[in-house]
Design a protein around this ligand. Structure first.
Ligand code: C2O
Ligand code: CU
Length: 508
């Protein structure tokens, strides 16, 4: 399927640095992680393969001690001993070869969130036996689409992601906006004891508070690239591109910098031909957003990146909180930069939804042993929930009881996803991008300030979208690659408790 409609370079200014050229990994350097200046706290994965079209490196999941809060140590799990794991920087057309070793005390897999990988490389329980402790697995696939993606386990993912197992893949395309600086900022949150320790409920679901069993784990300590007090230096007058990944289980980031607006240029696997401006950039778990701004001010002036209050569902409102400090650097100010009004050529042909009724996907919540009479089928190594624990349903069934949705190979299919529960749910589809064709949750500054932006809906190719309590979203996808592809809620406390099923494409 031809996705990108044209390959015109995007010309936005004469003299700014072409993003990407500033970060090229030197092939003669040793295969160790080097710090990346523009994305503080992110270690860069170093390619050990001299072939410029192959990106090869080793990734190990294991226990490690990190410092989320300065002065405190946290025993955690990480990829290559850092949280987030190494930033993989590659380009469209590259082959990624990852030699994975599991040094955790339990099985795991890696899922490449958003990447269109062959089905057997997807890391999902439908297609891969978990890698046992001490085991290895080679993930090998081609990168077909530009964008910002991430990777995380798909085994006990509520617990394993919360332990710190996540990392980012940046795939450069032929058309990248020209900017002066680019920052990858991975957002997360944590609950830490006074000594920095993770709570026992990270491992043990039985100890989790009912409110978090219902809504998902979240905690008061905000992490940006693995630190609670992240400082990012910005050059005055320069165009800065911020690429956010929300790796939190439940927390929404409602990002604002007082006195500034974001120019939003993309999300998930897409850039927007027509960028738009907003003062609050709302990013749900597992989503990525791409936004520009030009900071101004005298050296050492600080700007506070905050997440403003957000009411997710009928749980406790998420209060406003500081996320990071942006500080104007002592670099020479740049003058005359303007943010681009258009990114010509980056658009993708819109899919025409097929006629006929969409496939209905109703998201709800039930209770083990409740009127539904449910025993949740065992999934993903999770312990059996107790009577009274919540389970999460798709069309009134949970987990492996949900019949797969069969789609012929090459078929277009429309899904109407309706959230009838009291929780927020985040629809994620493996292996494909989808386009949003309709929603009853449209942004309106007065009556629905947290609704979806029509400028986003009309341009985006998403792999993840929030469906708020009481609302619905209709999406269309082109199912052009065979296999068993998962779809699930990206609150892992929901997916691991039933809200996880499969689309079978061309499966006899
Ligand atoms: Cu990011 Cu199936 O998940
Ligand atoms: Cu959910």
């Amino acid at each position: 399927m031809m996705r990108r409609v044209s390959m015109l370079p995007v010309l936005l200014g004469a003299s700014c640095c072409v993003v990407g050229a500033c970060h090229s990994a030197e092939s003669e350097s040793p295969p160790i992680a080097m710090p990346s200046e523009e994305s503080p706290g992110l270690a860069a994965a170093v390619d050990i393969n001299p072939d410029p079209s192959v990106f090869e490196f080793s990734l190990e999941a294991k226990g490690t001690v990190v410092s989320y809060v300065t002065g405190l140590s946290t025993s955690s799990w990480a990829y290559n001993s850092t949280v987030p794991g190494p930033l993989i920087d590659a380009k469209v057309g590259d082959e990624l070869r990852i030699h994975f070793k599991n040094s955790l005390p339990e099985p795991t897999t890696i899922h490449w969130h958003g990447l269109r990988v062959p089905n057997e490389m997807d890391g999902a329980p439908a297609v891969q036996a978990p890698v046992p402790p001490g085991g290895t697995f080679d993930y090998v696939f081609k990168l077909t689409d530009a964008g910002l993606y991430w990777f995380h386990p798909h085994y006990r993912s509520d617990s394993q992601i919360r332990h710190g197992l996540y990392g980012v893949i940046r795939v450069r395309g032929a058309m990248e906006p020209k900017v002066d600086h680019e920052h990858v900022l991975v957002l997360d949150d944590a609950t830490l004891g006074a000594d920095g320790a993770l709570p026992a409920d990270v491992d043990d679901y039985a100890q989790l508070a009912m409110d978090q069993k219902l809504h998902g784990r979240w905690g008061p300590t905000i992490l940006v690239n693995g630190k609670s007090d992240r400082l990012v230096e910005l050059q005055p007058g320069a165009i800065h591109r911020f690429r956010f990944v929300n790796a939190a289980n439940l927390r929404y980031f409602n990002l604002a910098i007082p006195g500034y607006t974001w120019r939003v240029i993309g999300t998930d696997g897409s850039l927007f031909e027509k960028p738009y401006d907003i003062d609050h950039l709302l990013i749900g778990p597992a989503e990525r957003y791409d936004a520009l701004l030009i900071p101004q001010g005298a050296p050492s002036t600080t700007l506070t990146l905050t997440s403003d209050a957000y009411q997710r569902a009928d749980d406790d409102p998420q209060p406003a909180t500081k996320v990071a400090t942006f500080r104007i650097s002592g670099e020479k100010p740049i003058t005359g930069r303007v943010l681009p009004d258009a990114l010509p050529g980056v658009g993708v042909a819109r899919l025409v939804p097929p006629s006929g009724d969409p496939t209905e996907i109703e998201l709800d919540q039930g209770t083990v042993g409740g009127i539904e009479g449910y025993t949740l089928p065992m999934m993903d190594g999770m312990s059996t929930p107790m009577k009274g624990d919540p389970i999460f349903t798709i069309n009134k069934k949970a987990g492996m009881d949900v019949p797969p949705i069969a789609v012929p190979l090459g078929g277009l299919r429309t899904f109407h996803i309706h959230n009838v529960s009291h929780q927020i749910h985040i629809f994620h589809l493996h292996g494909f991008f989808f386009q949003i064709v309709d929603t009853d949750d449209l942004y309106d500054p007065k009556i629905n300030p947290f609704g979806l932006r029509k400028e986003m809906i009309s341009q985006a190719e998403k792999d993840t979208i929030t469906v708020r309590s009481g609302y619905s979203v209709t999406i269309v996808g082109a199912f052009d690659r065979p296999g068993k592809w998962m779809f699930h809620c990206h609150v892992p406390e929901h997916s691991e408790r039933g809200m996880m099923a499969e689309v079978h494409v061309g499966v006899p």
